[in-house]
Design a binder for this molecule. Structure first.
Ligand SMILES: Nc1ccccc1C(=O)C[C@H](N)C(=O)O
Ligand SMILES: [Zn+2]
Ligand SMILES: [Zn+2]
Length: 212
């Protein structure tokens, strides 16, 4: 069984306030003398399901095309931590983890916090992650944290504490995943970023494959 956990990229989809709206316009149109359709895309690298690069939150950080791919491929645990409040705390995560699977914790974790992903509206009040959660996950050897919200830090954050904790721990980040229909448990994650050599993030097509 394959779960597609990527929101659709469409004109009019909600984007971070002030960020570039997603747009696709025709550059060539298949008609008369032209044998093909070719579009022109305008989008933020944080459109839809995406991987943040260190460059997003560190001046000297790597662009997304230069990061290791290992975090984006492999065993992963989906954890349900619905409606945690302003910040998901370590106690909340640990309680949720106890219900999400048995056996050793995989090196990737995806946190579901929405009961329904906001496909058509911008949610200014999405929950962030307490940096203590990130540090604890890093201590467990985590390679990647994924969330179904627009960011690891609340929308009004200026200090980006959760992102900086990720930087400290050397972890990778996925955001805007749609986990509405994914039961808690273990899966194989497949969500590779594009090899964009100058950008602070990349869209991904994120999927989860059931383990045999
Ligand atoms: N586009 C933005 C403009 C300004 C501030 C944040 C964003 C983000 O996209 C946040 C994000 N997805 C993040 O990586 O946390
Ligand atoms: Zn982002
Ligand atoms: Zn981010």
């Amino acid at each position: 069984m394959l779960y597609d956990i990527s929101p659709a990229l469409t004109t009019g989809m909600p984007v971070w306030p002030g960020d570039t709206p997603y747009q696709s316009s025709p550059n060539w149109v298949l008609e008369g003398g032209c044998p093909v359709n070719v579009a022109c895309l305008t989008l933020s690298p944080h459109s839809g399901a995406h991987a943040d690069a260190p460059l997003h939150y560190q001046a000297e950080g790597a662009p997304i095309g230069a990061v290791a791919l290992t975090p984006y491929l492999g065993p992963c645990r989906v954890v349900h931590c619905l409606a945690p409040g302003r910040l998901l705390t370590l106690a909340q995560l640990q309680a949720a983890l106890a219900l999400a699977g048995s056996g050793p914790l995989p090196q990737r974790v995806l946190l579901r916090m929405y009961s329904r992903f906001p496909h058509h509206t911008w949610d200014p009040h999405f929950p962030g992650i307490d940096p203590a959660v990130i540090d604890w996950l890093g201590e467990q050897g985590m390679l990647l944290i994924g969330v179904d919200t627009a960011s690891l830090d609340p929308a009004d954050s200026k200090d980006m504490h959760a992102h900086l904790a990720v930087a400290r721990q050397g972890m990778a980040i996925l955001e805007n995943l749609v986990l509405d229909d994914v039961p808690p448990g273990d899966y194989e994650l497949i969500a590779l970023p594009l090899k964009l050599m100058s950008t602070d993030a990349s869209p991904v097509r994120a999927v989860l494959r059931s383990l045999a």
